[in-house]
Design a protein around this ligand. Structure first.
Ligand code: ADP
Ligand SMILES: CSC[C@H]1O[C@H](OP(=O)(O)O)[C@H](O)[C@@H]1O
Length: 400
């Protein structure tokens, strides 16, 4: 990328000003870089009356590690294009792209600063009654419209090429399926967790189940996934939900997105054991988390089936009962992927503040022990879940 340069506040501001598109010509603009994610720069550019936009720019390396971890700038192209593709079929719940520049690896987005990132809100035990339904709608609508049920084979194959994302997929392949089950230097957990980690790493049955999940991830281009649906990729407020940050997008197994979401809700469920000391309050929060998981599974299935009934274009896939079979497989896959999310967020490179934000070492360790076992058990038993009811029952039996 000959014309690429990483922005600072001044460059980001000047870039936006010269576009002459978002602010009045004489506006007094300010710019502040405030990204807190693992990979990119995020600037807010605002005028004196509070109008603002977000400029997100990829760095040629992973921000959280530094220049020693080079990373393709192409992720910015993929992120912006996926937001547009997902927005085209699910506009209300997808962050809006206002401008993109592939050479500079940047995207300008609507500023969602009036909303809040879900992870921080869950950590404060704030609940969102519309979230389950809206996220289920996002997951079902986007995954249906970019699947073989809806696209022609030629359209699908062209999109698979457009959204081939080898470098970012390799990160997921390493962090989800390899590192935690071996002795990667990237793994990160306290010495006090060593005996539990050793046990997990020596479980040969678990290795086979993880291998099956990795194979699914590698070789199942079912639909255009978001690729990283964790609670840091979702903005919420009392009314609405907006999904951001699909730079890990690719054509993969639909259960991966659903499973990432379930895994993050279960991480928060376990963390609440240390976060909320008052038992009735804790139960209330944990009930909300479980009810939302159940709602997402149920409404995902219902929306997918109704879309399949009304809009399946492929003749063979219209066979009575096939969509039901397909959705049950997605849910089964999702439970396995949820398990890998729990394990990798506990002992792998990238942690979550739900757990790391617990100040007391002993309380944090107890949560880590729980998330590790819960993740392991989900991976081991996911295949026993043959429909949405048995999937939810499995989750309940493992958290109690
Ligand atoms: N459209 C947006 N509106 C407001 N804030 C945003 C927006 N997109 C990102 N952010 C802020 O920037 C942070 C990092 O963004 P994210 O897309 O997750 O970056 P990364 O790709 O580095 O993980 C988010 O946690 C959020 O605080
Ligand atoms: C070195 S990337 C680690 C981790 O970070 C990503 O999340 P985000 O960019 O949203 O913070 C993704 O989950 C990766 O697995």
């Amino acid at each position: 990328m000959a014309d690429y340069i990483a922005f600072d506040n001044e460059r980001a501001l000047n870039y936006v000003a010269q576009l002459n598109e978002f602010f009045a010509p004489n506006a007094q603009l300010t710019c502040n870089e405030f990204g807190d994610g693992n990979l990119n720069l995020v600037f807010r550019i605002a005028d004196e009356s509070g109008n603002s936009i977000i400029l997100k720019q990829a760095l040629p390396y992973a921000r959280c590690v530094g220049e020693s971890w080079p990373l393709t700038l192409d992720r910015a192209r993929i992120e912006a294009a996926v937001l547009e593709k997902h927005g085209a079929v699910c506009e209300p719940y997808t962050a809006k792209v206002l401008h993109k520049n592939t050479e500079l690896a940047l995207t300008i987005l609507e500023d969602l600063g009036h909303m809040a990132i879900l992870r921080g809100e869950l950590n404060q035990a704030t609940t969102f009654p519309n979230l389950g339904s809206q996220l289920a709608n996002y997951l079902a609508t986007t995954s249906f419209h970019y699947s073989d049920f809806y696209l022609t084979p030629a359209e699908k194959k062209a999109l698979v090429i457009e959204f081939t994302n080898p470098e970012l997929c390799a990160i997921t392949e390493d962090l989800f399926f390899d590192d935690p089950y071996g002795t990667s230097l990237r793994n990160n957990y306290p010495a006090t967790l060593e005996s539990e980690v050793k046990k997990l790493q020596q479980n040969t049955e678990l290795h086979i189940k993880v291998a099956k999940l990795k194979q699914l991830f590698l070789s199942s281009p079912q639909s255009l996934l978001h690729g990283d649906v964790h609670s840091g990729s979702i903005f919420v407020d009392a009314q609405s939900t907006k999904v951001i940050d699909p730079e890990f997008a690719f054509f993969g197994p639909i259960g991966f997105d659903l499973g990432s979401f379930i895994g993050n809700f279960l991480l928060n469920y376990c963390a609440q054991n240390a976060r909320i000391s008052e038992i009735p309050k804790r139960r209330q929060m944990q009930t909300y988390l479980l009810t939302t998981i159940q709602q997402v599974i149920n409404e995902f299935a219902a929306t997918w089936l109704s879309l399949a009934k009304a809009h399946t274009r492929d003749l063979s896939l219209q066979a009575p009962g096939y969509a039901e079979y397909f959705v049950n497989q997605i849910i089964k896959d999702a439970l396995g992927f949820a398990g890998t999310e729990l394990v990798r967020r506990t002992i792998g490179l990238a942690h979550v503040s739900d757990i790391d934000g617990i100040e007391d070492d002993a309380a944090r360790l107890q949560v880590q022990q729980q998330t590790l076992v819960l993740g392991e058990q989900l991976v081991l038993h996911a295949e026993t879940a043959h429909d949405k009811e048995s999937a939810f029952n499995l989750i309940i039996s493992l958290v109690q």
